[in-house]
Ligand binder design. Sequence first.
Ligand SMILES: [Zn+2]
Length: 365
Amino acid sequence: MATMMKAAVFVEKNRIEVVDKPIPDVGPNDALIRITTTTICGTDVHILKGEYPVAQGLTIGHEPVGVIEKLGSAVMGYTEGQRVIAGAICPNFNSYAAQDGAPSQDGSYLIPQGLCGCHGFKATAGWRFGNLIDGTQAEYVLVPDAQANLAPIPDGLTDEQVLMCPDIMSTGFKGAENARIRIGDTVVVFAQGPIGLCATAGARLLGASTIIAVDGNDHRLDIAKKMGADLTLNFKNCDVVDEIMKITRGRGVDASIEALGTQSTFESALSVLKPGGTLSSLGVYSSDLTIPLGAFAAGLGDHRIVTALCPGGKERMRRLMNVVASGRIDLGLMVTHQFKLEDIVAAYELFSNQRDGVLKVAIKP
Ligand SMILES: [Zn+2]
């Protein structure tokens, strides 16, 4: 077997390059995956722009679809050559955080330091690929704690059909799940990028009967209709808060899902929420938020504000692939472009500027 591989690494602000790297050694709890398809996430664009810090030389990417090349000696129940995915978030499930129901906040594998400790909580530390360890925009990736994180792909599903499962679908659905949607609910989803589109689809699957999709891009709003939105609002053409209050006859929505991470979307999501409603936040924010007193009902509105990081683990991945296999949803239509790994710089350029109707790009080593 070859000893070197191609990998897209963070070099410096505004510079990601494809370089040669050694193929990693496989420890007892690891699995080496040969990547057949991966993709670029909005979070990777934050990394590219220097807005989210990672180590120089780190391989970027956290959405793996591939084939097991080599299994660690302690990893049972899989075979080499098997097609698998792993979640973008790879907890080891041994931590207090995981056993407390928050595996994405797993700090268990970190060297003991401060209050985190080696069994403890560390915000976002379940996110390892392309953040703390080498990621998936490469020919091979090492999956840590593979027994907990490898999920076999059901027969008959293509790479493209499961490419959204590791992150986009898991995160978007979590936004709908956290919104505590009940049959008959009215739900608004702010921003219809890939994650917002999956939140829209998740709201539909959970039984919302009026789903309002908000974005500034008409093409994305058209896709939102295909994903389950009943009504769409382009914020460039209307006052979104006024429109939603009209649609709900002044009642407000049962739940708002925020899928961008800005002051204005967060504020609108709170402003249209009924008393007792839930604001489910998915966005990655890059500055302090201000909570407007009126929308917050001075703290007396029985509102729930919930945040989330993408859920990972093999059971989450199994369920998501089951949704795809059952035909309940087709996320293949979100994969709009394909690039070879060696051309990934061009893929970043297209994706980060939202050119040519791009939603997600398939990257093939
Ligand atoms: Zn992501």
